[in-house]
Design a protein around this ligand. Structure first.
Ligand code: GLN
Length: 208
């Protein structure tokens, strides 16, 4: 595969930042707002934003069913923050009518870090990236982020909150990045830091 074509779900959220990061790592990109824009994609990114809004718009744009089917069919996907919520199989603290796509066997808690640490940053270890020789830690930017409350047996944990990153260590060890098959998700937003390694990692997943 030369340059893979990665769709970016473009109904709401930080679409532009993901498009820029994907292009910077050599992928072609396509904004996805209609079902036929899913045709022929090698992968798709679900940006951060607001998951209940994204959920509503997926229904309005008649994208929920075809996107769910494409994911069930093995379309590689990467979701950051609200995108992680959308990819999950079980969501805590959401609206009862919000839809999600059941592509990752995880239970996600929305806005999990609570009022006092709604948003924060921390350096992280990311398995397969920061454990390479001489690799720098990764800056995790968390914005009203979810965490993974529970991960199924087929899910690989790639990053957790380091000790002391939040007041009184309240979020120590919480899972914030996972992969299952060709689906990747992070609670944080690598698309806003200029660190392209997560997008590179995803494009590598797509190529293989
Ligand atoms: N709190 C948002 C939600 O529940 C996610 C925040 C984000 O994507 N930065 O959808």
């Amino acid at each position: 595969m030369t340059a893979p074509t990665i769709g970016v779900l473009a109904v709401q959220g930080d679409v532009r930042e993901h498009v820029a990061a994907l292009r910077a790592v050599g992928a072609q990109t396509r904004p996805v707002r209609t079902p036929d824009e899913l045709d022929g994609l090698d992968g798709i990114v679900l940006p951060g934003g607001e998951s209940t809004t994204i959920s509503k718009l997926l229904t309005v744009f008649e994208l929920e069913k075809p996107l769910r089917a494409a994911l069930a069919d093995g379309l590689p996907a990467y979701g950051s923050c609200a995108g992680m919520i959308m990819l999950a199989s079980r969501i805590l603290d959401t609206r009862p009518d919000a839809c999600h796509l059941d592509a990752l066997d995880i239970t996600v808690r929305r806005n999990a870090f609570g009022r006092q640490v709604e948003s924060f940053e921390s350096d992280l270890e990311f398995a397969g990236i920061t454990d390479r020789p001489e690799a720098a830690p990764m800056r995790g930017v968390f914005i009203r982020a979810p965490w993974v409350e529970e991960a199924g047996p087929g899910v690989t944990v790639l990053a957790t909150v380091p000790a002391g990153a939040t007041p009184e260590g309240r979020a120590d060890g919480r899972i914030v990045a996972v992969a299952q098959g060709s689906v990747l998700a992070t609670s944080f937003h690598p698309e806003v830091t200029g660190d392209l390694r997560v997008h590179e990692y995803f494009v590598e997943m797509v190529r293989h």
